[in-house]
Every structure is written in C-alpha cells, then in structure tokens.
Design a protein around this ligand. Structure first.
Ligand code: SF4
Length: 167
C-alpha cells in the first residue's frame, strides 16, 4: 500500500469524491487487516464550555459569566480520567472551548498531571481550533506547540477543527 503524496492529498481534499475516498480507505484497510476490527474505550472530557469564538451554529459554548458556564478543576479532570481507567479505558479526548486568557500553563499542567497519575493513558487531545490559540499563548509557532504538547504527554491531536462542519 502506498501513502498519498502531498499533491494527491490536496487534490483529494479540494476535488475528491468522499464516497470514492471511503471506498479506497476501506480497500486499504482490508488489504492490511482483512476483516479484523478493533476498538478502544475512550472518553471525551470537555474541560470548559466557555468559548470566545462564539460560532453561530454552536449550541455547546457559553459566555464567561453565564450561569451554565464551567471550567473543570484539575481534580475534576483527574477524577474523570480515573473513572475512564477503571472502566477499562485506554485513551482520553480532551477538548473544550477557547477560554479567554487561560494561558498555556493551564494546559501544560493538566497534561502533566494526567500523565503523572495515569502513565498508561493515551492523550488524544485538542483540535486544530485550539492548537493555534495555544501557540499564541506560548509564543510558539505551530510546530513548536506540537513539540511542547508532546513533551507534556499528548500522544495525538484531532485533525479537525471543532468549528468545522460536523465538528
Ligand atoms: S470554536 Fe468550537 S466550542 Fe467554540 S463556539 Fe465554535 S464550535 Fe463552539
């Protein structure tokens, strides 16, 4: 199986037929794994619903100060990870709104606490919407963020912006 070149990827993204793309992906999966299908237990942890983007279609976000607005404490986040591990989970997807002025330190400490307390958990977290905000907060370029996040224990990041359709 050959990996797509960058040019082929851009071509698929801009002009591709999603159904045909799905067929090709399925064919590639069958070539590698036949009919074997696996799954993991993964929990989404939404650490805040406060978001400064205020996308018009979004029913999730709340403005700072709204009665339903929340920002989880580290203890609350760790408790959710603990529940996940006890239920046989191996991965958490941490994702939230763009909380104003939270600072990169909040995220770094969150990730380090999770990895320190639950070394076996995979942190598949944050989105393409959150990442540039972290970069700005830390004064890093995007690639610098990726290295910093990896250093804090982030294994993977979601490829889709949470403001994208279906996100
Ligand atoms: S960036 Fe995401 S969380 Fe924020 S308002 Fe838009 S869709 Fe909602």
């Amino acid at each position: 199986m050959n990996r797509l070149s960058e040019r082929e990827g851009v071509e698929l993204l801009t002009h591709g037929d999603p159904i045909e793309l799905g067929r090709q992906a399925d064919a590639a999966r069958r070539e590698l794994f036949d009919d074997t299908v696996t799954f993991i237990v993964d929990r989404n942890i939404n650490y805040t619903n406060v978001c400064k983007n205020e996308c018009r279609f979004c029913a999730f976000f709340r403005r700072q100060g709204h009665k339903d607005a929340y920002l989880l404490t580290y203890d609350e986040i760790l408790e959710k990870v603990r529940e996940t591990v006890e239920a046989g989970g191996t991965q958490v997807m941490i994702q939230g709104g763009l909380y104003p002025d939270l600072g990169l330190g909040y995220y770094e400490k969150m990730l380090r606490l999770i990895k320190t307390n639950f070394p076996s958990i995979t942190i598949h977290s944050f989105t393409a919407t959150e990442n540039p905000v972290f970069c700005a907060a830390g004064g890093h370029l995007h690639s610098g963020y990726a290295e910093a996040a990896a250093g804090c224990g982030t294994g993977q990041s979601a490829g889709r912006r949470c403001g994208d359709p279906g996100g």
